[in-house]
Write a protein that binds this ligand. Structure first.
Ligand SMILES: Cc1cc2nc3c(=O)[nH]c(=O)nc-3n(C[C@H](O)[C@H](O)[C@H](O)COP(=O)(O)O)c2cc1C
Length: 165
């Protein structure tokens, strides 16, 4: 029997905001309606190009920092870029971003990098902008945000489980 396609989720969060958004998306990815998926989570600092090459698709879950991509997530992409260049054209990815007032710079940063790799999005990015920068914790998601994240995660998981048709 063929191995289930692997969906690798690399994640980073310092004050829990991105982690809460990812949890809601993971609830969708683990929806019992989605079967035949090998879901693997890795802190972004521990993931590298070999992990990406072993996956059918990738989700990047990251906060915004200083108008752009969080440093550790940038470091992950920096470490992956040349090892994956020309080895992963068409690779599918999803992007989940948590910020407070403006997450557009982080989305732009990732899109610029993956354009070089010729990766393709599974879905438009999942973005939540709320809370206070620098706070030691972030406000919980509201029902609508949770439902959107759940749906986003479930859709990505289904696409990967079905072979990205
Ligand atoms: C140093 C620092 C810089 C930040 N810069 C931005 C920013 O430019 N734009 C924004 O929307 N949020 C910014 N934030 C807010 C975080 O992205 C937001 O609070 C997120 O939920 C925190 O991430 P985390 O809880 O997953 O660590 C910043 C937070 C910190 C700590």
């Amino acid at each position: 029997m063929a191995a289930a396609p692997r969906l690798l989720v690399v994640h980073h969060s310092r004050s829990g905001g991105t982690a809460a958004l990812l949890d809601a998306a993971l609830a969708g990815m683990r929806d019992p309606a989605v079967t035949g998926l090998d879901l693997v989570l890795q802190p972004v600092a521990e993931a590298g190009p070999d992990d990406v090459l072993g996956a059918a698709a990738l989700v990047i879950a990251t906060p915004v920092r200083f108008g752009g991509l969080a440093g550790l997530t940038r470091d992950f992409l920096e470490r992956c870029y040349y090892p994956l260049l020309d080895r992963s054209p068409g690779f599918r990815y999803g992007l989940l971003v948590r910020g407070t007032t403006d997450a557009s710079g982080a989305v732009r940063d990732v899109e610029r990098i993956v354009a070089g790799l010729r990766w393709r999005p599974l879905l438009p990015p999942l973005v939540v902008e709320r809370g206070e920068a620098g706070a030691s914790s972030q406000p919980p998601l509201d029902e609508a945000e949770r439902a959107t994240a759940h749906e986003w995660g479930a859709t990505i998981a289904a696409l990967v489980a079905e072979g990205l048709t």
